[in-house]
Write a protein that binds this ligand. Structure first.
Ligand SMILES: [Zn+2]
Ligand SMILES: [Zn+2]
Length: 313
């Protein structure tokens, strides 16, 4: 039972596991892909065999149609299956509907790939679940002690102070539904309008038992009135409304370095911050941490000789 240092490695297609001959969230189409969640930077089209949750498959089929995959192998959370010589189990990641951590067991050793994950409560997806692991393979996008996400409820409550119509830019998949739910709960007098491209995504949420709440499809006629409307639009549409009159433009983002004014941003993140990563380590009790997507140097310094930290990217 020794940790295999070469269990995962990067090649041009992405993050590869040679013991199971599969890729995790590949960057280019491959024979066998294990996909953590449906965001476009994790779930590309054109793979032959895709292993994922039912919701992830539904979102991929909506975005890619026939090219979504040749074969979808759907697995529920906590149900193990075998790929090559590796036993795989999806564990809820709390990042968006259908998002999964990927637990891989091989030769008596447990490797947990987190994918994107979050600890903050989110009524539009399954909460994160913790399992113990030998190796924690974590995203490190915000793995910096300087990065601490603000309280998302306080951010949403800022909408209550704005008495004119609001144009709220947000990614259509995941973020938009979380915003609809939070506005319903924390700014209930607001009337939510949704861009037509977001409607079919909401329908998948509803079909899977995670209705985001009350909203209606946008129409120009409605927005002519000042009735505290919040119109949720994807980033592309948001940018095209740069000179909109009589509305407050806001963008919901977890990125503090976005090129927008602080007064025009709601800081709502669907990723872990520094404290969240430390909590994840406490829950999963790894003897090694491998970092991806970002900067692993702070974790390496923080854990010193206690936990071996390897920077994968
Ligand atoms: Zn994501
Ligand atoms: Zn991501």
């Amino acid at each position: 039972m020794t940790i295999k240092d070469d269990f995962l490695s990067f090649n041009t297609h992405g993050l590869y596991c040679k013991y199971g001959d599969f890729y995790l969230d590949p960057k280019e189409p491959v024979q066998t892909a294990v996909i953590s969640h449906a965001h476009a930077d994790h779930a590309i089209s054109g793979n032959t065999n895709v292993y994922c949750t039912a919701a992830t498959a539904a979102f991929m089929q909506l975005r890619y149609g026939k090219n979504a995959a040749k074969v979808f192998n759907i697995a529920a959370y906590n149900n193990s299956f075998i790929v090559g010589d590796v036993q795989i189990t999806f564990i809820s990641a709390g990042h968006m509907l259908g998002s999964a951590q990927v637990l891989m067991e091989y030769d008596g050793v447990r490797y947990l790939y987190t994918g994107d994950y979050k600890l903050q409560p989110d009524a539009t997806c399954e909460p994160i679940e913790w399992v113990k692991t030998d190796v924690l393979i974590t995203e490190s996008t915000f793995a910096d002690p300087e990065v601490l996400h603000p309280d998302p409820v306080a951010e949403i409550q800022k909408l209550n102070d704005i008495k004119i119509n609001i144009l709220l830019g947000a990614y259509g998949l995941g973020k938009s539904q979380r915003l609809i739910q939070m506005i319903n709960e924390h700014a209930p007098q607001k009337k939510i309008l949704v861009h037509h491209r977001i409607m079919p995504i909401n329908a998948i949420y509803e079909k899977h038992g995670y209705s985001p709440g009350v909203y209606q499809m946008y129409s120009r006629r409605l927005m002519k009135n000042q009735e505290e409307y919040v119109y949720i639009v994807p980033p592309f549409t948001f940018d095209s409304y740069i000179n909109a009159k009589g509305v407050k433009r806001l963008f919901a983002s977890g990125w503090k370095n976005l090129q927008v004014n602080k007064n025009d941003t709601l800081f709502i993140s669907d990723h872990v911050d520094w404290n969240d990563i430390l909590q994840a380590v406490e829950h999963t009790k790894p003897t090694q941490i491998w970092t991806l997507h970002g900067n692993g140097t702070h974790l390496k310094k923080y854990f010193g000789d206690d936990i071996f930290v390897k920077i994968l990217n």
